[in-house]
Structures are given as structure tokens and as C-alpha cells.
Design a protein around this ligand. Structure first.
Ligand code: ADP
Ligand code: MG
Length: 285
């Protein structure tokens, strides 16, 4: 049977917007020694701002670039897609979309009446044999291709969350090992990690690479909590000793795959949840 203290611990957590799916997870949370954070939407706002667009030798004009990108991203709920849609003030005609495919951790491929539009990162462009230029800025770059040809790119940037730095500092002071994993490019990942004092960062990872990374940490003896926003991270959430998702924006699949769901998207809920698990354990044992 489950000691009564665990139920009060779960109740206490839920009053603080931390939903723990069972007493076994509250117990498991108290044993964690390594906290692995996803970047986008977890440590950062997940609300990218378009900083500038790039147009190589004027194949299309800026308005056309934005319009094609908006059409391609319209049905995606990735933070990158949302930022591009918000930036554009173009009313796109959704009837122009014929078929679409979202490539998890890479971007979107959309068959439209305007042609085949691909919007995504360097890796997606390479997979599709599209030749792209190197863009040198410490931001996230979303490349756009039309019918197999690169037509332009978006430089987009995200902000770290208000309480992220304080949270990382607190976790490190308490003796936790803190890592960050991301599908984003190296330069953008390192800019965020540096500003947060996170020294271990793995970038340009696919959702399955994140899963592998957590499995290998566990294999090496770590007791891992993974924290994600629920976009593209259902596999890694399920692979950690404890999967924590920020439920406000996450997908149903991610909520399903996680053991703890945070009702708000504040990283400071993580040390709070751990503290509740430790206090509860003291009461119970
Ligand atoms: P993170 O690990 O930062 O949460 P994801 O694994 O969700 O990121 O995505 C990794 C990268 O894939 C993004 O930085 C972006 O470059 C690209 N990407 C993912 N989804 C899209 C999309 N809908 N449109 C364009 N690019 C995308
Ligand atoms: Mg993500």
C-alpha cells in the first residue's frame, strides 16, 4: 500500500500547479540527480521573433518568400512555425495546400498550388539535396525552398525565460547535474547555454537522438529527469526516469508520455517539485 504522506505530497504539488501522476513518481523524483532540459519552449519562451530575412539573388521578392513560408507552416504547431505565421501579415489561401508532411525536429514539406515548398533547418535541406548558403549569425535559421531551389531564409531568435537563470543556478547549487539538449543549431544552442551557465549542451539532435542521449546517461548510472515543452519530445519524455512536461502548450502525446505535468511553463517549478518530493519522503520514512 502507498503511505498516506505521498497523497498529501501529490496534493501539495497540485496546489502549486505541479501534477504528479502517481505516488511512485513522487518517490522517483526524490532520487533524481541529473536534470536534462530541452531548449525551445522549456528554457526559452518558444516565441521566436523574426529578426531578418535573407533573399539570395532576388529569386523571389520578400513578400513572396514570407507568403510561401506562411503557407508551408500554417498547419504546424511548432514554435518556429507560429513565429513565422505571426510575423507575416499575409492572408494565405489554405486551398492552395495540396498535401503536407511535418518532419519531426527538421521542418515541413508542403505540396501547394505554388509548387513544392520546404521550410526547415539545414539538415532537412541536406536530406532534400537543396543547396543552401552558410548563414553566420548566432540565431536559428529557417531555410525556404521552392521546387528544389533555395529561395531565402529567416533569422529568428528566442528569449530565455525570466526564471530560467535563477532555476539553473539553484539546481546546480543543490548539487544537480544540469544538461541541455536541442534540435536547434550549435550556435543558437551555445548562445542560450552560455547565458544560462549550462556547461553541457548537445545540439542538432533529432527527437530519437535525444532519446538515445537520455538512455545512455541512465546506462552510465545517472538518475534522469527530462523536462520538455511537449513539442517533438514524447520519446525522450518516456525514456527518462522521470519525464516532466510543461502541459500548457504540449501535445496530448507528450502529456501521455510524461510522469509530471506542469500547469505553467516556469522552469522554477522543477526545483519546487523536487523539494516537495524530498519533504514528502522525509514525512513518509
Ligand atoms: P528543440 O530541440 O529546440 O525543442 P525541435 O527538435 O522541436 O527543437 O526542432 C529542431 C529544429 O528543427 C528547429 O530548431 C528548427 O530549425 C527545425 N524545425 C522543427 N519544426 C519546424 C517547422 N515546423 N518549421 C521549420 N523548422 C522546423
Ligand atoms: Mg522541443
Amino acid at each position: 500500500s502507498v503511505p498516506l504522506g505521498f497523497f498529501s505530497g501529490i496534493g501539495n504539488a497540485s496546489k502549486n500547479g505541479i501534477l504528479i501522476k502517481g505516488s511512485n513518481y513522487l518517490e522517483a523524483l526524490s532520487h533524481v540527480d541529473t536534470i536534462v532540459f530541452d531548449k525551445t519552449g522549456t528554457l526559452t519562451e518558444g516565441a521566436f521573433e523574426v529578426y531578418q530575412t535573407h533573399l539570395p539573388d532576388e529569386q523571389v521578392d520578400n513578400n513572396t518568400l514570407i507568403k510561401l513560408a506562411t503557407l508551408a507552416e500554417y498547419h504546424s504547431n511548432h514554435p518556429v512555425a507560429k513565429s513565422i505565421i505571426q510575423f507575416s501579415n499575409h492572408q494565405v489561401n489554405l486551398d492552395d495546400i495540396i498535401a503536407l508532411e511535418e518532419v519531426s525536429g527538421k521542418g515541413v514539406i508542403v505540396k501547394s498550388k505554388m509548387g513544392l515548398i520546404i521550410a526547415g533547418n539545414k539538415s532537412l535541406m541536406h536530406d532534400q539535396s537543396i543547396i543552401i548558403p552558410e548563414i553566420l549569425s548566432p540565431y536559428t535559421h529557417i531555410y525556404i525552398a521552392l521546387d528544389g531551389k533555395y529561395i531565402g531564409a529567416f533569422d529568428i531568435r528566442d528569449k530565455v525565460k525570466k526564471d530560467a537563470h535563477e532555476t539553473i543556478k539553484r539546481l546546480k547549487t543543490l548539487g544537480y547535474r544540469v544538461l541541455m539538449l536541442t534540435g536547434d543549431r550549435k550556435e543558437a544552442a551555445h548562445a542560450v547555454a552560455t547565458s544560462l551557465d549550462i556547461d553541457t549542451v548537445y545540439s542538432e539532435l533529432l527527437p530519437e537522438d535525444k532519446y538515445e542521449k537520455v538512455i545512455s546517461l541512465i546506462h552510465d548510472g545517472a538518475n534522469v529527469a527530462f523536462v520538455g515543452d511537449g513539442i517533438n519530445d514524447a520519446p525522450v519524455l518516456a525514456s527518462a526516469n522521470i519525464g516532466i512536461s510543461m502541459g500548457a502548450i504540449g501535445s496530448d502525446a507528450a502529456i501521455e508520455a510524461s510522469d509530471v505535468v506542469l500547469m505553467t511553463d516556469e522552469p522554477s517549478k522543477i526545483p519546487q517539485a523536487i523539494q516537495i518530493s524530498k519533504i514528502t519522503k522525509k514525512i513518509v520514512t
